[in-house]
Design a protein around this ligand. Structure first.
Ligand SMILES: NC(=O)c1ccc[n+]([C@@H]2O[C@H](COP(=O)([O-])OP(=O)(O)OC[C@H]3O[C@@H](n4cnc5c(N)ncnc54)[C@H](O)[C@@H]3O)[C@@H](O)[C@H]2O)c1
Length: 388
């Protein structure tokens, strides 16, 4: 069982997340982070610095850890709680003594009324199933997860999966945030965007929980727009990696990023008419696209894939290059492709379609710039909608 952190800030203050109990006592918000990879660990660190500072939150931040045994034979959770560092996914960075790692998912969420979901997207359906009936009635959730589930009925955003399965409302936080040691973890300035549906007060609470002098967070009323920006830019980053692997230079990469941004916006607006153009100019939009296409693991592994002329699979390269971290762009490209095929939109999105076809070996990496045959089809979209 994970230890408890001694909460020095025990005064009970009003919070917008009251338990609703009829004894008139309003409770402070208690935060659990579900996930402890690279970004999950940085998010826990950011949040923990704020819960210590702000009296409307309990000091302790619980962080659910998907348990692993390290090469030393120790459990990852034990090492995090002993050293205050996630030695596997964020080595060298202290998380804050009020972060308590917990390998028991149900125990980690049982007292929380603010849940931060931050695992690779492919694990979320299983995690949600395990949490049905286990979370408090007053829980508010936020998803930092980039990706979507594709079901027979159509695409399902991760925030929707969380809302529907757990019966809670769910905001999202996305942005130009590559979490590695050289950036946010060492407190270099960056930004993020909270997307909310209709409750501005809750959005502000999330902004408060994440904001620090080096991490500037703003809120926009566009959950799907923010989440799709965060999800789709990983597909464009794979394309950017191919361009790098083929040593095509910055002009080509800039062209791919511009075409990718157009497809991101068009795809998002075709799926959800509520998506706002202005969202693409927030941190979650163009800024995240730029950072992910310049740095980031999707670009890096795609570069290696192209350098190997597509002869080594992404699974193989991921295992070798990422040491347990997960790629999102390849699975998202497949999911987007399924949506495009199902809806008859393949011709409208040549970049997205080509990325998937390269990833699965149907086309060579060089096909990423072979637009001459596909380009005219873009006019189908240009001529018929206002999205471009
Ligand atoms: N790392 C970043 O820079 C960054 C930035 C913004 C958003 N994100 C998003 O955050 C989410 C989490 O990414 P990350 O970087 O924290 O993780 P990561 O890729 O660094 O680590 C993988 C995590 O998955 C866990 N895991 C492995 N198998 C699992 C299973 N079967 N069930 C549950 N968990 C399992 C591992 O223990 C580890 O915590 C992703 O959706 C990602 O797109 C990441």
């Amino acid at each position: 069982m994970a230890p408890a952190f001694e909460d020095n800030n025990s005064e009970t203050l009003p919070s917008s997340f009251s338990s609703g109990s009829d004894d008139g006592v309003l409770h402070k918000s208690k935060v659990t982070v579900v996930g402890s990879g690279n970004w999950g660990s940085v998010a826990s660190k950011l949040i923990a610095s704020n819960t210590l500072r702000l009296s409307s939150f309990h000091d302790e931040v619980r962080m659910w850890v998907f348990e692993e045994t390290l090469p030393s034979g120790e459990k990852l959770t034990d090492v995090i709680n002993r050293t205050n560092e996630n030695v596997k996914y964020l080595p060298g960075i202290k998380l804050g003594k009020n972060v308590v790692a917990d390998p028991d998912l149900e125990n980690a969420v049982k007292d929380a009324n603010m849940l931060v979901f931050v695992t690779p997207h492919q694990f979320m359906e299983g995690i949600c199933k395990r949490l049905v009936g286990k979370v408090n009635g007053d829980v508010e959730a936020i998803s930092l997860i980039k990706g979507m589930e594709v079901k027979r009925e159509g695409p399902c955003m991760i925030s929707t999966l969380i809302s529907e399965q757990l019966g809670v409302s769910c905001c999202v936080l996305m942005g130009a945030n590559i979490a590695n040691e050289a950036s946010i973890a060492v407190e270099k300035f960056s930004e993020a965007t909270v997307g909310y549906r209709d409750n501005r007060e809750i959005a502000e609470k999330w902004v408060q929980l994440f904001s620090t002098p080096y991490f500037m967070v703003t809120a926009v009323q566009d959950v799907e727009g923010v989440e799709l920006c965060g999800t789709l830019k990983n597909v464009v980053a794979i394309a950017a990696g191919f361009v790098d692997g083929l040593e095509m230079g910055n002009n080509t990469k800039a062209a791919i990023m511009r075409i990718g941004l157009r497809e991101m916006r068009a795809f998002s607006k075709l799926l959800f008419s509520s998506v706002k153009d202005s969202t693409f100019f927030e941190s979650c939009g163009v800024a995240d696209l730029i950072t992910t296409c310049l740095g980031g693991r999707n670009r890096k592994v795609a570069e290696a894939f192209a350098k190997n002329e597509g002869k080594r699979s992404f699974d193989d390269l991921e295992a070798e290059m990422l040491q347990g971290q997960k790629l999102q762009g390849v699975s998202t490209a497949r999911e987007v492709y399924e949506v495009l095929s199902h809806r008859g939109w393949l011709e409208l999105f040549p970049l997205f379609a080509t990325v998937h076809e390269i990833c699965v070996g149907h086309l060579p990496p060089s096909a990423i710039v072979e637009y001459s045959e596909r380009k005219p089809r873009l006019s189908l979209l240009e001529g018929s909608t206002q999205y471009y």
